[in-house]
Design a protein around this ligand. Structure first.
Ligand code: CA
Length: 327
């Protein structure tokens, strides 16, 4: 009996591993460098056959965000991935060197160092339309959305058309958000910058939500030494370039968005634990409160000391994996 269960389990795992998880990555690329590392991780996981990036959508209202994402996708050999940009949200419109410097970097001959499709963010389609199209094309119950910026796009998605909520309910397996703080009653950036949208998504999202709170990524720092050593396989690397452009090196930065991406693709990897179910509300300043409820749709990640060592190492290895490493 035990052996039969073991065989069934291994078959189940094999089937699971053979079907890459369709992932939508929704990011405020440019506000912090963990978004870039998280996107690099998703590309590595796609190269390993574990996920498929079906679209990337942006909630930083700055034209260089979509351009930078497009050049990263191109670097990893996936220039075809649709990139949608938030339009006229006014949320964090300020320029950011981590996205603009790599996008404008030229070689001695005056050519762009990083190839890309988008000449400007204005060419990127509106994010809600990209989300609707991406969801409609995927199998029912299959899509994982990783939201590591503001909830602007997902709130707009829910309000976009009468069938949108039903489309989300039918297509999305889980929404994984880097949002909130479940250790201290402090406002969290992703929630605070667009509280109305965060509150709406937390209230109205028609399916399960897993949140990686501020305290999770804050407890594991991405080492500057990994940027200097493990991204040096190519002279110009768009992720290392962004990291060096974001702050003065050397610095170790929290892994907030990487934790959400890792959990999204490997929920059974043992990297984290999950809270009991409940609901999460956001107040006007961007503080989140968890209300335990067996019928609730939300859980948040927890992590213990032993897990931290292995989880950080997995994030370092995946983020620095060269393109097409398994081909
Ligand atoms: Ca982010």
């Amino acid at each position: 009996m035990f052996r039969i269960v073991a065989i069934a389990l291994s078959l189940g795992l094999a089937i699971h591993a053979a079907t890459p998880v369709p992932v939508i990555f929704d990011t405020d690329m440019g506000n912090d460098v963990d978004d870039a590392l998280a996107l690099a991780m998703l590309h590595a996981l796609e190269s390993r056959g574990e996920c498929r990036i079906v679209a990337v959508t942006v909630t930083k209202d700055n034209p260089w965000a979509a351009v930078y994402i497009d050049l990263v996708n191109t670097f990893y050999g996936r220039a075809y991935i649709p990139v949608g940009a938030v339009k006229a949200s006014g949320v964090t419109p300020e320029d950011s060197r981590m996205i603009q410097a790599p996008a404008e970097r030229k070689d001695a001959a005056g050519r762009l160092v990083y190839l890309r499709r988008l000449a400007s963010g204005a060419e990127a389609p509106e994010a809600t339309a990209v989300l609707l199209r991406a969801l409609a094309a995927e199998a029912d119950g299959s899509v994982t959305i990783v939201q590591v910026g503001f909830s602007t796009n997902l709130a707009r998605l829910l309000a976009s058309e009468p069938e949108a909520v039903e489309l989300v309910r039918r297509k999305v397996k889980v929404l994984v958000m880097m949002a909130g703080n479940f250790a201290e009653p402090k406002p969290e950036f992703n929630v605070a910058k667009d509280v109305a949208s965060a509150a709406r998504v937390l209230r109205d999202w028609p399916g399960p939500i897993v949140l990686s709170g501020f305290e999770i990524g804050n407890s594991m720092l991405f080492p500057a030494a990994v940027i200097e050593r493990d991204f040096a396989y190519v002279e110009n690397h768009p992720i290392a370039d962004a990291y060096r452009s974001y702050m003065k090196m050397p610095y170790d930065r929290p892994t907030w968005d990487l934790t959400a991406a890792l959990y999204a693709v490997r929920p059974d990897g043992g990297y984290f634990n999950l809270s009991a179910p409940g609901d999460v509300t956001a107040d006007a300043e961007g503080r989140t409160v968890f209300h335990a409820d067996p019928a609730g749709r939300c859980r948040y990640l927890t992590i213990d000391t032993e897990q931290r060592v292995r989880t950080l190492e997995a994030m370092e290895l995946l983020a620095s994996q060269p393109p097409d490493a398994r081909r």
